[in-house]
Design a protein around this ligand. Structure first.
Ligand code: G3P
Ligand code: MG
Length: 253
């Protein structure tokens, strides 16, 4: 059973807000979403921050690796202006800031561990530890309330398991390898997160029959979304939060 929401706002607010910012989380919330995916990596001082690219340049002006700036230095940079003047001054948030916003508003989190290359183990460890610290004191200890950590990095997920085995993990994969089942078992992962373009009905059935959750990224066409749900996909993230509403799954399954 998939205990999580089926439709997840990608990077907070999909195409409607600057990715991976608090403004994006608020945008997803305003569009009725109660589930978000966002990306986390470590700043120079080891603080988990919410960023997609491992370097400055695309969403935050400047040059250099995220691992060369402290969280405070990143917070002083503008992660909103590239998207539109109305978002000027939106900072690079820490994981803790985004998580607290989500927890306060009842938003479920799929936290993608996205290490700066070379920092895989440390990032997996730190994000899992930070997640555990955030949730350990919470009155709601239901498994469904915990975030789902996912990553393309096997090493990061292994480290996350050692750091906080209680926080569930999912393996992100583009080209699905023949040994996907063994990899999930080795990680103690609960779910496989696949590029929807690589998914076939046969693979979807195999994943479900093996007892794992099946999540797809990033699904922006409502027709395709419907097809994937019919194939047995448990959930997916979308950039088109305007086209594929949070209630979409309820209208299909
Ligand atoms: O977590 C699913 C999806 O976000 C993976 O790709 O590059 O958008 O982080 P990316
Ligand atoms: Mg991501």
């Amino acid at each position: 059973m998939w205990p999580y929401p089926r439709i997840v706002a990608h990077r907070g607010g999909g195409t409607l807000a600057p990715e991976n910012t608090i403004a994006a989380m608020r945008c997803g919330l305003d569009h009725g979403f109660r589930a978000v995916e966002f990306d986390v990596m470590l700043a120079k001082d080891g603080v988990p921050v919410v960023m997609h690219d491992p370097q400055l340049g695309r969403t935050v002006a400047g040059e250099g690796s995220i691992a060369d700036f402290t969280a405070q230095e990143l917070a002083a940079r503008d992660a909103g202006i590239w998207f539109g003047p109305e978002f000027e001054g939106e900072p690079v948030p820490t994981y803790e800031q985004v998580a607290r916003f989500c927890m306060q508003h009842g938003i479920w989190m799929n936290v993608e561990i996205k290490p700066v290359p070379g920092h895989e183990e440390q990032t997996g460890w730190s994000v899992a530890q930070a997640t555990w610290r955030l949730f350990a004191g919470q009155p709601d200890h239901r498994a469904a309330a915990l975030p789902l950590l996912s990553s393309f990095s096997f090493a990061a997920l292994e480290a996350a398991r050692f750091a906080a085995a209680e926080i569930p993990r999912g393996l992100l994969i583009d080209e699905v390898p023949a040994d996907w089942h063994a990899q999930l078992r080795q990680l103690g992962a609960i779910s496989l997160h696949v590029n929807h373009r690589r998914l076939t009905p046969v693979l979807a059935r195999a994943v479900k029959e093996a007892g794992f959750g099946l999540f797809c990224y990033t699904v922006n066409d409502p027709v395709r979304a419907r097809q994937l749900l019919e194939w047995g996909v448990d959930g997916f993230c979308t950039d088109r939060i305007d086209l594929i509403g949070a209630q979409f799954a309820g209208s299909v399954v």
